[in-house]
Design a protein. Structure first.
Length: 247
């Protein structure tokens, strides 16, 4: 069960306790439905942590007080609101601080750190990023010389990764004919068969959690010959589920 609206702060914390932390959260509706569940609210309350929904229609500076602001909202206005709130409340912890995730909003800069790592390889192990290029305009996209070194299929991703619905719209392109439907600026990245599984690593301070998730299914050479154009999807998990159903 999820919370449909922000609760009013209870008159008192659980018996024998006091509120230790007040965490304000600002999430898109779907993320709120996924994460802010009664079980989480109850677990937090048992630990004297109070979760408060931030009203994104109202100025952030007029809300609180919060010990921590947990958010997945983007845009210049929201960034200014966070800065103003931090200036007025210097002890508040903002997760994630906009400046800390700036490089993650660009699909080239987010992977740059991987290419900079010095990893000692043993045996046949590999570590790195797939071959990729950036296409900034339609003219470059039409020029076969700009992408001919890539091997199909490729994944086309918006260059900007700001958490918006638009930034999640991707395409699995099976051949050069599928490129005509794409809208730059985009990143074209070779698709590497990986068993239909990805591992996501979440880090909070010293705590690290690795989880297994469904990913795009492998594309065999035989299947590639029978496919054409491009397949558009907004989330890897959605496409993975659809492919499984089709099979």
């Amino acid at each position: 069960m999820t919370l449909s609206m922000a609760e009013e702060p209870p008159s008192s914390p659980p018996s024998g306790h006091r509120w230790r932390y007040r965490i304000g959260y600002a999430l898109a509706p779907k993320k709120q439905e996924s994460f802010i569940r009664d079980s989480l609210v109850g677990l937090a309350r048992d630990r004297s942590i109070y979760l408060i929904k931030i009203d994104t229609v109202k100025p952030l500076i007029e809300q609180g007080p919060f010990d921590c602001v947990l958010h997945k909202i983007y845009g210049d206005d929201w960034r200014r609101q966070l800065a103003d709130y931090k200036a007025k409340n210097p002890n508040v912890v903002i997760v994630d601080a906009p400046e800390a995730i700036e490089r993650l909003h660009n699909r080239i800069s987010m992977l740059q750190v991987v290419s900079e790592l010095k990893i000692v390889r043993n045996g046949g192990e590999t570590f790195g990023i797939p071959k990729q290029i950036v296409i900034y305009d339609a003219e470059t996209l039409r020029d076969a010389g700009s992408w001919e070194r890539l091997k199909f299929p490729v994944i086309a991703k918006p260059l900007v990764a700001d958490g918006s619905a638009k930034s999640h719209k991707m395409s699995l392109v099976y051949n050069h004919g599928g490129l005509s439907s794409l809208k730059p600026p985009i990143v074209l990245q070779e698709f590497v068969n990986h068993g239909g599984v990805i591992f996501k690593v979440y880090v909070a301070g010293e705590y690290v959690k690795c989880v297994k998730r469904k990913s795009l299914p492998d594309v065999s050479e035989e299947k590639l010959e029978s496919l054409g154009g491009a397949l558009t999807f907004s989330q890897v998990s959605n496409l993975a589920s659809n492919e499984k159903t089709d099979e």
